[in-house]
Ligand binder design. Structure first.
Ligand code: AMP
Length: 335
C-alpha cells in the first residue's frame, strides 16, 4: 500500500505585494515541498481584515498573491491552493479553539504587542485572537508541518498548545504542528536599511518586492546602508553589512559570495561593487518571476478555476475534521 503523504499547511496574507522575505521565508519551501507532501496553501483573506484595509482592493490583492504564488513555481495541479474565506469550517474550529485560549497569553504575543503600538485606535478582538485563527487554519487539515519565516515561530508554539489543549479536553484529534525549513533555522530576511525585516506594508523602500521593476530594484539596493569598510582584518560584520551578505548568499553564485567575503576579511571591500553585483543578481532572480506573474494575473478565468477547485478540495478535508471535532466535543446530540 502506498504510504500516505504528510500534511503541510501555510498561508500568505493579501495585504500587499509579496517580497523577498515572503519568497525565502515561505514560498520557496512551498515549491520544494509540493512533490513529497500533501500540501494546502491558502490566501489568508480573513486575517487581512484585522487591520481594516480598504476591502475594495482585496480582490485585486488576492488575485495578485495567487498569480505570484504560481509564478514562483507552485503548481495548482499538485497542491491545494485556496482562499481561507471559502472554508467556513475554519471559522467553526476557530470558535471552539477560542474557548481554550486565554486573554493573558494572547496579550503577551509579540505580534499583538507590535500591532497595539502600530494601530492604537484599532485594537480589535480579531487582532488579539489572530494566533487562534492561525491555529484553526493549520489544524483544520490536521497538518504536521508549516513552512513559515522566523516571525511565525511564537504563533506555531501557540498552535501546538491549542492543539494539545483540545486533545486533552475532548480526545485525541490533532497532531502538534511544527514550523518547517528542511531542518534548518527559520529564515528572517532583513530590510535593506538595517532596521527590522522586509515587510508588505512598512519600510517599502527597504523591501524588495517580486513586482519591482529592474530600475527600482537597483535603486533600492544602491541606497542600502553601508560604511567605509572594516579597518581590521577578519572583523565581525556590522548587522547592516551582514544583511547584504545574507541576501547575496541567497541570490548570487557561491564563488561571487566568497570573493566578496575575502575582500571584506582583507579590508579591501568596495561596497559600491558589492551592491552593484547584488542588484544584478536580484534583478536576474526576480525579473522572470515578475513577467510570469503579470501574465497569470491577467488570466482571471484560470485563477477562478484554480481557486474553485482548491476550495472544494480544502473543504472536503476540513469537513472531515470538523465532523470528528464535533463528535469529540459532544455536539452530535441526536446521532
Ligand atoms: P505575511 O507577509 O505576514 O502574510 O507572511 C507570509 C509568510 O512570509 C509567513 O510565513 C512569514 O513568516 C513569511 N515572511 C514574511 N516576512 C518575512 C521576512 N522578512 N523574512 C522571512 N519570512 C518572512
Amino acid at each position: 500500500m502506498e504510504k500516505q503523504k504528510e500534511v503541510v499547511v501555510s498561508g500568505l496574507r493579501p495585504t500587499g505585494l509579496l517580497h523577498l522575505g515572503n519568497y525565502f521565508g515561505a514560498l520557496r519551501n512551498y515549491v520544494r515541498m509540493q512533490e513529497d507532501y500533501d500540501c494546502y496553501f491558502f490566501v489568508a483573506d480573513w486575517h487581512s481584515l484585522t487591520t481594516h484595509p480598504d476591502t475594495k482592493s482585496l480582490g485585486e490583492n488576492v488575485r495578485r498573491v495567487l498569480a505570484e504564488n504560481i509564478a514562483c513555481g507552485l503548481d495548482p495541479e499538485k497542491v491545494c491552493l485556496y482562499l481561507q474565506s471559502s472554508v467556513p469550517e475554519i471559522a467553526e474550529l476557530y470558535l471552539y479553539l477560542n474557548m481554550l485560549a486565554y486573554k493573558g497569553e494572547l496579550e503577551k504575543t509579540t505580534t499583538f504587542k507590535d500591532k497595539v503600538r502600530q494601530q492604537p485606535e484599532n485594537i480589535n478582538a480579531g487582532l488579539l485572537t489572530y494566533p487562534v485563527l492561525m491555529t484553526a487554519d493549520i489544524i483544520i487539515h490536521r497538518a504536521l508541518y508549516v513552512p513559515v519565516g522566523k516571525d511565525q515561530e511564537q504563533h506555531l508554539e501557540m498552535a501546538r498548545n491549542y492543539a494539545q489543549r483540545f486533545n486533552h479536553r475532548y480526545g485525541e484529534l490533532f497532531p502538534e504542528p511544527q514550523a518547517y525549513n528542511f531542518g534548518q533555522e527559520l529564515i528572517k530576511i532583513p530590510s535593506l536599511d538595517g532596521t527590522g525585516k522586509m515587510s508588505k506594508s512598512e519600510n517599502q523602500f527597504a523591501t524588495i518586492y517580486l513586482a519591482d521593476d529592474d530600475d527600482l530594484i537597483r535603486k533600492k539596493v544602491m541606497k542600502a546602508k553601508t560604511d567605509s569598510g572594516p579597518l581590521e582584518k577578519n572583523s565581525v560584520k556590522p548587522d547592516y553589512i551582514e544583511n547584504l551578505f545574507q541576501l547575496m548568499r541567497l541570490v548570487s553564485k557561491s564563488e561571487i559570495v566568497h570573493a566578496f567575503e575575502k575582500d571584506f576579511n582583507e579590508c579591501q571591500i568596495r561596497y559600491g561593487d558589492l551592491k552593484k553585483q547584488l542588484a544584478d543578481d536580484i534583478v536576474s532572480f526576480i525579473s522572470p518571476i515578475r513577467e510570469k506573474a503579470v501574465a497569470i494575473y491577467s488570466d482571471t478565468k484560470y485563477l477562478k478555476e484554480v481557486i474553485q477547485k482548491g476550495g472544494e478540495n480544502a473543504r472536503e478535508r476540513a469537513n472531515e475534521t470538523i465532523r470528528m471535532a464535533r463528535e469529540l466535543i459532544g455536539l452530535n446530540y441526536f446521532s
